[in-house]
Design a protein around this ligand. Sequence first.
Ligand SMILES: Cc1cc2nc3c(=O)[nH]c(=O)nc-3n(C[C@H](O)[C@H](O)[C@H](O)COP(=O)(O)OP(=O)(O)OC[C@H]3O[C@@H](n4cnc5c(N)ncnc54)[C@H](O)[C@@H]3O)c2cc1C
Length: 323
Amino acid sequence: MTNPILVFAETQDSKLKKSAIEVISEAKRQSDNLKAEVVAMLIGSGVEPLAKDAASYGAAKVIIIDGPDFKSYTTGAYTQALMAAVEKTKPQAIILSATSNGKDLAGSVAAELKTTAAQDCISLTYDNAFVARKPVYAGKAIITVKIAKQPAVITLRPKVFPASAPDASKSVSTEKLPVALSADSKRVTVKETVAAAKGKVSLTEADIIVSGGRGMKGPENFKILEELAGVVSAAVGASRAAVDSGWRTHDDQVGQTGKTVCPTLYVACGISGAIQHLAGMSSSKYIVAINKDPEAPIFKVANYGVVGDLFEVVPALCKELKK
Ligand SMILES: Cc1cc2nc3c(=O)[nH]c(=O)nc-3n(C[C@H](O)[C@H](O)[C@H](O)COP(=O)(O)OP(=O)(O)OC[C@H]3O[C@@H](n4cnc5c(N)ncnc54)[C@H](O)[C@@H]3O)c2cc1C
């Protein structure tokens, strides 16, 4: 057996996040080649029951750091917790999902370990060291990096690595790791968490996203996208122009300074396709663009394009889909 692969398994609403399942599944595939074990890490409050789920996707062992101090993510507390698990397991790699918290934690842990983090990777192989491919320059180029130093700190882009089928028969070995936070780790505390509207599909986990840009002309018109999204169980996203205009919250923004998404289907409505927007969505499996300007750059990345007025096309599409 070689040193284990340590996985940070992110949770939300008392469940493993889909992206955490993808990370455990990929770590298991890597560990099979390397003759290593996958150790999953659950950090939070009341997360212990999720150990069985982590095991069902391939974790041989689960380290649990549970307590009120870890109820909400803060960089300091979670870095100290993850570092405690690193000390304990001496992993050859630490793999996280490239979610907002995952990327933040990877950077912080890499700094503690005086190494670098390979962020937002879209493929992972092993050739005497982990080799990852990742987009750079807002998705204009893909680079291949060999991570020579151990432990390799890697984040995986959500929805790129397939989740394995769960095997509920897998037994789980758990270990609770007590962590007393230092004053330094407690510098930031979360005062309040505002939940997303009930029933709202999360942008980063959605299979279908319908996004609107400046072409929507005003916040009230997003209701036609909400309606379309409701029909196909999609999330609604937005370009920065729509967010900066105050039509949508920043939480909905897709792009370089917003979220990176990778749905099966991305429908861009009234979005020109600026490089900074493409950075967040160009790895979607299928892209449909609805734009009245046939020269709009979005058509260069779209699999299907509709040149037309979105205020005619979207309601017509919605009507057909309802049928
Ligand atoms: C550092 C930096 C970071 C940035 N980060 C982001 C980011 O994260 N995300 C992001 O999106 N942008 C980002 N931007 C901004 C980006 O450069 C663009 O300005 C922005 O994406 C444009 O948004 P848009 O496509 O909605 O608007 P526009 O470029 O104005 O395009 C509107 C489109 O709507 C079409 N249209 C208008 N009316 C209709 C209609 N009735 N029917 C159909 N089509 C219609 C037009 O033909 C046009 O193509 C960033 C910029 C910088 C400098």
